[in-house]
Structures are given as structure tokens and as C-alpha cells.
Ligand binder design. Structure first.
Ligand code: GDD
Ligand code: MN
Length: 379
């Protein structure tokens, strides 16, 4: 729980969360770590006072380095000093009501390794008191990030209320190179990487209530940097697509040139077509492996052979698409339109099919399973 000038809020928050809510969670050993950015208003003093009463309350005071950096310091402390199995992010100002902690922990205990406290699923909400414009910005901002990150199945990508399992998710992230650590925008990068690592993402409803004391530290600059991070991450994905398309085009050139060569050498028809196509497939496999999908690179002879076989089967799928839709186009428009039909079939069917299969099956860089929603509102 990060704090900056929350002296008025932190006392009641600790009482409610550590005093009341933790007691209701009997199947997990709950601790609260407050990371205070050396607040001039004496927030840390209030926490120290409460530490006498609550054994499971910890305090880390540090120089203010921005929300992301302060959270990262907190994560490191929780992992190394407190030996945490999972960490949560939660605001200190009461906007994340402590009663929502329990369902998050339950989702984790039921097997989720990344849990998102979501304002945009049934049972979740943003403050009714917010003006229409603020609601609109919050919702469309989220929608925008969902789209650029290609995460349509997750509903709240900027929430400050989340649970992350340490083993396999948080400990696989290089926290020192997280984007925009000084800002709230770190949340988008952290979410992006966590979702990548996680095997079981769940969204649990969160009622985000208005702030009553002190004021928000989120402003237009924070919002712009949040969009910036989303766009950069989104482009990283697109860069992958461009590489894939380039490799595909080179594959086409290999196919065409070797076909010409084999024709000149008077290879029998099926051999000329077969060899040239297979050479293109080999080209595509090698360059996608070492370039497009270099972060998921397949290594080791056995794995390479198995994946290459799989790759060939995927390519056979593309062949089926061409046969089926090519024939369909023949029936609908006649053979005269073949030269027009081919680029359409390649562009709109074969390319997406290949890209999908490479990402989902061959190199497994996408995990599109999205989140399982838990919609039952909390009592
Ligand atoms: N340690 C530390 N350092 N804490 C900070 C800092 C900082 O630089 N800046 C803010 N905090 C603390 C606040 O004291 C509060 O506990 C929490 O971080 C959230 O800050 P708010 O200022 O209340 O943010 P908000 O309510 O406007 O923003 C909420 O919505 C955002 C967008 O959906 C938060 O939930 C954000 O996490 C969320 O991204
Ligand atoms: Mn707040």
C-alpha cells in the first residue's frame, strides 16, 4: 500500500483492513506493508503508532521516487524480507474498500495467479458521483488500452487493485526495467508483463468509491503517460506482425525464384512445386524463429524438429484454406477472377491464419485466454 500524504486516511484504513478484514481471511497469512514516500504530513508516524497494536503491519519509508518505483521497492521488500507468496496493490485512501480484499485472495487460493480488481465488470463500479466527463474518460481510456494492447477480454487495465502471485509471475519480471517507474503508467507495463506470465488470470469486481479526504495525485500528465506506455507496448506487438509479413514476403520470393530455377532445370511438375514450396516453408520457419519470434526462440534439435513438423502441418492448413476458398471463388466469380481472388485470400485469410497459428501454436507468444470473470457481487 503506497502512501503519500495520507495521514488522515491511513489510520482508519489500517483499522479496517488489518483489524477487521484480515481476521475474516482465515486460510491465508495476511500482512500489510505500507510504503511511504517520506510524506511530510506524518503518515509514517501514524503507521508506527498502529504497529504497536498490529503485528502484521510493516512499514517501509523511502525517498519519494514515484508510484511505480515505490511499488517496486515494496514488491522487493515483500518478496525478500516477508517471503510473500503473492502481493497485492491497493490504495490507502479508502477508494479500494477493504472488503474487496477477501474475494481477491479467494480467487488466488482457488488457483488464479493474477487477479484484477475490476471496475468494469458486473458488480464493479466507478463512483456514481463522478461527472459524466470523468466517467467517459475513464471508460474510453480503458477501452482504448484494451484495444491497442489486444486485450479485449480484460476489462480493467488501469486499476490500482490487483493481486500477483510471486512464483512464476512477479519473479519472472525484471522490475528494474519497468516502463515509467515514476508514474502511475507503470501499472500498464506491469499488467502487460504479468498477464504474459500468468497461467490463470481472473477478474474480480471492485467498487471504486470516491475519495473523501486529501486529494488525488493522478493528473493529466499521468493519463498521457499511461496512454504512451499502452501505445508503445501495442507497437511492440505490431513490430512483430511487420517482421512476420516481411518474412512471409521473402518466403514468397524464395518460392517464386526456386520454382523458376526448377522449371528451367526441367524438374517434373510436382517436384518443382513441392521443392520450391518446401524451401519457402523452411525459410519462413528459420527467419520467424530467429527474428520475428526471437523472444520465444525454439532451440534444441529435438524441439526444432518437432516444431518444424508442426509448422509444416500449419502450412498444410493454409493450403486447405486456399483450395476451399479458391474453389469457392471459382464457383462464385468464375476462373477469370482468379488473379484477383488470390491476393484477397492470402491477405484476409492465409495471413491472419498463419499469424494466429504461429502465435498460438508454434511459438506460443499469445495467451488469449483472457480472464475468467467472477461476477457474484460481494456481500
Ligand atoms: N509511495 C507513494 N509514492 N505513494 C503514492 C505516490 C508516490 O509517488 N503517489 C500516489 N501515491 C499513493 C496515494 O497515497 C494512494 O494511496 C495511492 O497511491 C493512489 O493514489 P491516488 O492519488 O489516490 O490515485 P487515484 O485515486 O487518482 O488513482 C487511482 O486510479 C488510477 C487509474 O484508474 C489509483 O487506483 C491508481 O492506482 C489507478 O491507476
Ligand atoms: Mn485515490
Amino acid at each position: 500500500m503506497p502512501t503519500f500524504n495520507e495521514a488522515e486516511n491511513i489510520g482508519p484504513m489500517i483499522e479496517e483492513l488489518v483489524g477487521k478484514e484480515f481476521a475474516k481471511i482465515t486460510n491465508a497469512d495476511m500482512h500489510l506493508l505500507v510504503v511511504d514516500a517520506n510524506s511530510p504530513d506524518g503518515t509514517a508516524k501514524v503507521v508506527q503508532e498502529k504497529q504497536r497494536k498490529f503485528k502484521r503491519l510493516h512499514l517501509l519509508v523511502k525517498k519519494k521516487a514515484g508510484l511505480g518505483a515505490d511499488y517496486i521497492a515494496g514488491f522487493k521488500y515483500a518478496m525478500s524480507k516477508l517471503k510473500a507468496d503473492a502481493v497485492m496493490e491497493m490504495d490507502a485512501d479508502g477508494q479500494h474498500p477493504p472488503r474487496f480484499v477477501k474475494p481477491m485472495v479467494e480467487a488466488y487460493l482457488n488457483g488464479a495467479d493474477y487477479v484484477i480488481g475490476s471496475r468494469y465488470i458486473t458488480g464493479g463500479s466507478i463512483p456514481k458521483e463522478w461527472a459524466f466527463f470523468r466517467k467517459f474518460v475513464s471508460f474510453t481510456g480503458n477501452l482504448f488500452i484494451r484495444l491497442v494492447l489486444l486485450k479485449p477480454r480484460l476489462h480493467d487495465l488501469t486499476t490500482g487493485f490487483r493481486l500477483t502471485k510471486v512464483k512464476g509471475v512477479l519473479d519472472q519480471i525484471d522490475l528494474d526495467s519497468i516502463m515509467e517507474p515514476k508514474r502511475f503508467a507503470y501499472k500498464v507495463d506491469l499488467l502487460y508483463q504479468s498477464v504474459k506470465n500468468a497461467k490463470n488470470v481472473k477478474e474480480v469486481p471492485l467498487e471504486f468509491v470516491p475519495r473523501t479526504k486529501e486529494k488525488s495525485k493522478f493528473d493529466t500528465r499521468e493519463m498521457i503517460s499511461t496512454f504512451k506506455v499502452a501505445i508503445i507496448l501495442g507497437i511492440k506487438d505490431k513490430a512483430k506482425f511487420l517482421k512476420f509479413a516481411t518474412v512471409g514476403f521473402i518466403g514468397y520470393l524464395v518460392n517464386a525464384s526456386t520454382l523458376l530455377l526448377f522449371t528451367k532445370r526441367q524438374f517434373p511438375g510436382p517436384l518443382a512445386w513441392g521443392f520450391s514450396t518446401e524451401l519457402a516453408i523452411i525459410n519462413n520457419f528459420i527467419f520467424n524463429n530467429i527474428w520475428t519470434f526471437k523472444s520465444e526462440k525454439i532451440t534444441g534439435l529435438q524441439k526444432l524438429m518437432y516444431k518444424f513438423l508442426q509448422f509444416n502441418m500449419t502450412s498444410a492448413g493454409a493450403l486447405v484454406i486456399q483450395i476451399v476458398f479458391g474453389s469457392l471463388s471459382d464457383i462464385l466469380f468464375g476462373v477469370a477472377y482468379r488473379q484477383l481472388a488470390l491476393p484477397f485470400i492470402i491477405l484476409f485469410l492465409v495471413l491472419p491464419y498463419n499469424y494466429f497459428m504461429y502465435n498460438m501454436v508454434i511459438w506460443k507468444s499469445w495467451k488469449l485466454r483472457g480472464a475468467k470473470k467472477i461476477n457474484n457481487p460481494i456481500p
